[in-house]
Write a protein that binds this ligand. Structure first.
Ligand code: TXA
Ligand code: MG
Length: 335
């Protein structure tokens, strides 16, 4: 299949581009599009056959349900038939934005989307391209992150094309996304609500909105949100987190992992380390927002540099730092 790439302005995409992409969605095809978090790989959420093509293109395990993206509140009522006050309040506070709500599904949503579950994950993305595409398509758009299963989520059109070129109909390329880590997945069918995946809306923000909130323990998240069970977000290189990174510890860890004939990667944000032919250093931003934006792109850059392992200096686990550390840990667990 030939994959058409259309460059679009992230803030005001050309109506012609949106029209062309929406036509692909309507006739059952797959379109990768930017959201504020990461790129999504979209299909008509009402059409099981189209949604099955998403799983095939990504190599995604069939038991991993997909988020349904909407552009207005009326569609929420079509996708879920039990929208309670908690859902409406959260939508008002965080939509359009990087919060995904898990709600009982309606009969219009096929099993292919929910992996047979009786719940559906829903969000309204905060991206003009995504919102206009959904509106113009006239249907809610089912979309997982636009990457091969297990790879870091695609945060640029180029990365999406690297993973999915030849397997999907179209990429709307708007360059690097705004946020860089995925949405927070929140199950509001429980009291208190449970975070099933840490993400771009922070725990602190949700606590302020909801008061009591439960962060799913890893085993629990895996059971209730299958995506967190699967190997995920990982570069090809092995990822190792540098514990207690003071200067001597950092040097020691680097020499410990240096092997003759191998190339090592190092991602640090508060140290200056000189590059060597056998050591690729990427200085990460100290600001958590900027760090998140670069994280997955940096994993891919390390793979391109041909490193065998990547040593990563962790970030503070507060605010967006929780989601960042969650992704780094998953990458580190992968091998
Ligand atoms: O920011 C994001 O959320 C991006 C953009 C494209 O919106 N999407 C994304 O989708 O990250 P994906 O498929 O890579 O991750 C969705 C996560 C998975 O962990 C999946 O298991 C979980 O959401 N999920 C989807 N439907 C669910 C449901 N009904 N119940 C529990 N978890 C669900
Ligand atoms: Mg994903």
């Amino acid at each position: 299949m030939k994959t058409i790439i259309i460059n679009v302005d992230p803030e005001s995409p050309s109506p012609a581009a949106i029209k062309q992409a929406a036509a692909v969605i309507r006739r059952g095809g797959l379109v990768a599009f930017p959201t504020e978090t990461v790129y999504g790989l979209g299909a008509n959420a009402f059409d099981a056959e189209s949604v099955r093509h998403i799983f095939a293109a990504k190599g995604r395990p069939l038991d991993n349900p997909i988020i349904v993206h909407i552009a207005d509140m009326n569609t929420l009522l079509l996708v879920s038939d039990r929208v309670n006050n908690v859902a409406v309040d959260l939508a008002e506070a965080f939509w359009p934005g990087p919060l995904t709500l898990v709600l009982p599904r309606s009969r219009y949503i096929p099993d292919a989307v929910t992996a047979g579950r009786d719940t559906v994950a829903i969000r309204m993305p905060n991206s003009p391209v995504a919102l206009q595409l959904i509106r113009q398509s006239g249907v809610p758009v089912a979309a997982p992150s636009a990457n091969l299963s297990e790879r870091p989520s695609g945060t640029t059109g180029k990365h999406v094309f690297e993973d999915l070129g030849g397997k999907i109909d179209m990429v709307l390329d708007a360059g690097l996304v705004q946020i860089g880590v995925e949405s927070t997945v929140l199950d509001i069918s429980t009291t208190p609500p449970t975070i099933l995946r840490l993400g771009a809306v922070t725990l602190e923000q949700l606590q302020e909105q909801l008061g009591d909130i439960h962060v799913g323990a890893p085993g629990e998240m895996a059971k209730r949100s299958p995506g967190t069970r699967h190997r995920h977000y990982s570069p090809r290189a092995r990822v190792v987190i540098i514990e207690s990174p003071d200067e001597p510890n950092l040097r020691a860890t680097v020499s410990e992992h240096t092997r003759p004939g191998r190339k090592l990667g190092l991602m640090v944000h508060s140290f200056e380390v000189a590059e060597r032919p056998d050591l690729k250093v990427i200085k990460m931003p100290a600001d958590l927002g900027q760090y998140a934006k670069r994280l997955f792109a940096t994993f891919r850059e390390m793979d391109e540099a041909g490193v065998d392992s990547i040593l990563v200096q962790g970030v503070a686990e507060e605010g967006l730092g929780r989601a960042i550390m969650d992704r780094i840990r998953r990458a580190a667990e992968a091998k």
